[in-house]
Design a protein around this ligand. Sequence first.
Ligand code: 9MR
Length: 375
Amino acid sequence: MKKLKSTILACAGLFVTASLTSGAAAGNSLPAPSLKSAYKNDFLIGVAINQRQFTGEDTQGAALIKSQFNSISPENVLKWEIIQPRPGASGYDFDPGDRYVEFGETNGMYIIGHTLVWHSQTPNWVFLAEDGTNYCDRATLLKRMHDHIQTVVGRYRGRIKCWDVVNEALQDNGELRKSPWLKIIGDDYIAKAFEYAHEADPDAILRYNDYSLENEAKRRGAIALIKKLQSEGVPVTAVGLQDHVKLDWPTVEQEDATIADFARLGVKVMITELDVDLLSRSRSADVAEMQKQVLSNSYTNGLPELVQQALTKRYADLFSVFLKHRNDVTLVTFWGVTDGDSWLNQGRMNHPLLFDRQWRPKPAFAAVIQAAAKP
Ligand code: 9MR
């Protein structure tokens, strides 16, 4: 097995170099070898996809997804505001979710559900009493949560293998976020959400998912939360580290320690929303200088060479850490296919992913493939 892997990976290096130097667009010639084949003995490689991709409207994006990834996450279509915009049994719109799941099944992918209980992208009616102005009571909100989870998780039972049950419940200081969920139900809303999800699909992997868990205070809060849930017998079986990272945060040491800390709790660790933001404010002078270059160059010449190199190294470093923990890390998911798809653009041109706006692999793609080949 090991020999086979190294042979495949040795070939891999050649193909990557060839496809990168030829500069071929992904739509014409897909980069080979794929990310999923390079990491097939380590972990799944996932990607968050949007509606244009899974309906086939974005044909180049769809082709790239099929060729490179063996797991998908729904960037938006399974969020509460989209799947149940209105109250009650008649308030659901399953069409986009159904098509997302069908896309994953047709292509033999590991399908993720994202997300059940979150403070964002949840319609106001969920939290309001009949009068439409005051919060509803605990029993009402628990019933709405139960109905939603039963309906959504139940509909895709056995097909969606892993759910983000609770998303971003912690503040940066590690305390529970003062969301309507917390204010109306109390601390046990998290346990209830996991119990309801388990009831709806006893075989699904159930994830707690959050960002910035590499930071000390928030990590401590998350560890305490998982331990408490475990001591109460709550079925939390995985932790998602979102990993919306920057060039200079977190350090590889922080990433390494964070994965180790959660693995020690006996849960699966998954990297769930990976991207590298080249533009958000940074404290390091070098990175600030690169950000200036990106901003001044990006509309004309794309990514300046120095920044391209920094991004490439950043991805290589991150994947070496993930590989070090290959016994505990079961999935690494990118939050978007190409730079053009990324939520990080927000009116500016960002370059956070492995594929550029023409669906072409960037040097960071080759670096990620090459990281897999290292013993
Ligand atoms: O990528 C998603 C973007 O299209 C939405 O507008 C945004 C709205 O909140 O959510 C983005 O995805 C988020 C994910 O669901 C949870 N973690 C943070 C992600 C980036 O904001």
